[in-house]
Design a binder for this molecule. Structure first.
Ligand code: NAG
Ligand code: NAG
Ligand code: NAG
Length: 266
């Protein structure tokens, strides 16, 4: 009995509290949570899914951009649904769930926030990072002589892919090992020779840098051997010429002496 008299008012109170809560009948999320990279001139497309339980009430949608250009974060209203955007590059589709911005510019990058407000005033919000897709810029190769490794660097290109070439051929495991991100090439010591090229690419193009070490073994030895042979040959020829010249001189002086003795009056 006592239990009932205590629990009943509490149960009623809880029920009332639950009922008086605003109805959370709207939610919003981005279809792809990964940051979006858009190159200059391309079309930025942000797709969200808005779930509404009460179909008869159309929620209002706002799209904002937070840009952090050095100073404090700046908020800018991008589009509102229902409504007409003042920016002719901006359009919305599917009752504001999809935002498109044509001819992407550097200033369009930032964090995009979508707010969806239902008829009770409840706001569901989601955000997405949008960055400019930049071309590969300034590739350089650094050499670590003590560890026979080469490190490739690139300044700020988006999603750079690193590839190594050795004397114009693709590097394979017999030459050395690559780091997991392909930026560092650990060369096996007898092969640390020739031309190493690091090529960095992304979907806007590629750029490369080359490190030139001393020519490779086979070619190098062949070259030195040829030089040594030529040198020896020249010395041999020199000696031969000298000997011939000396012999000739000896003959000539002998002949002269003979002639001298012939001329002398007897
Ligand atoms: C969108 O929602 C966020 C957080 O819910 C709020 O800070 C922001 O002011 C809202 N923006 C608009 C335009 O209502
Ligand atoms: C060469 O590589 C080793 C190992 O990665 C590192 O400890 C060393 O500091 C590097 N030397 C130079 C000159 O970068
Ligand atoms: C590294 O290069 C190999 C082929 O050379 C490639 O299969 C792999 O995806 C590359 N890894 C990265 C992180 O770029």
């Amino acid at each position: 009995m006592e239990l009932k008299t205590w629990t009943l008012p509490w149960a009623c109170f809880l029920m009332l509290a639950l009922l008086s809560q605003p109805c959370r009948c709207v939610s919003v999320h981005f279809l792809n949570p990964k940051p979006l990279y858009v190159a200059k001139g391309e079309t930025l497309i942000l797709r969200t899914e808005i779930d509404i339980r009460t179909k008869e009430a159309v929620p209002t949608v706002t799209w904002e951009r937070l840009a952090n250009g050095g100073g404090p974060q700046r908020r800018a209203m991008v589009a509102e649904y229902p409504g007409q955007s003042s920016n002719r590059r901006v359009i919305m589709e599917e009752q504001g769930a999809v935002l498109k911005i044509y001819k992407f510019e550097h200033g369009d990058a930032g964090v995009y926030v979508i707010n969806v407000t239902d008829h009770t005033g409840y706001v569901a919000s989601a955000q997405h990072i949008v960055e400019e897709y930049l071309p590969v810029y300034h590739v350089s190769v650094m050499v670590n002589v003590s560890h026979t490794s080469l490190h490739c660097k690139e300044a700020w290109g988006t999603e750079p892919l690193f590839t190594w070439l050795h004397d114009q051929a693709k590097v394979d495991s017999s030459l050395g090992q690559l780091s997991a991100d392909n930026t560092t090439l650990y060369v096996k010591t007898p092969h640390f020779c020739g031309l190493f090229t690091c090529m960095v690419s992304n979907r806007l193009g590629y750029s490369s840098a080359t490190y030139t070490s001393e020519p490779c073994g086979r070619k190098g030895h062949g070259g030195t051997a040829a030089v040594v042979c030529l040198f020896l040959l020249l010395i041999f020829a020199g000696v031969l010429l000298f000997l011939l010249w000396r012999r000739q001189r000896v003959y000539m002086t002998r002949g002269e002496r003979l002639r001298e003795s012939d001329d002398s009056p007897l």
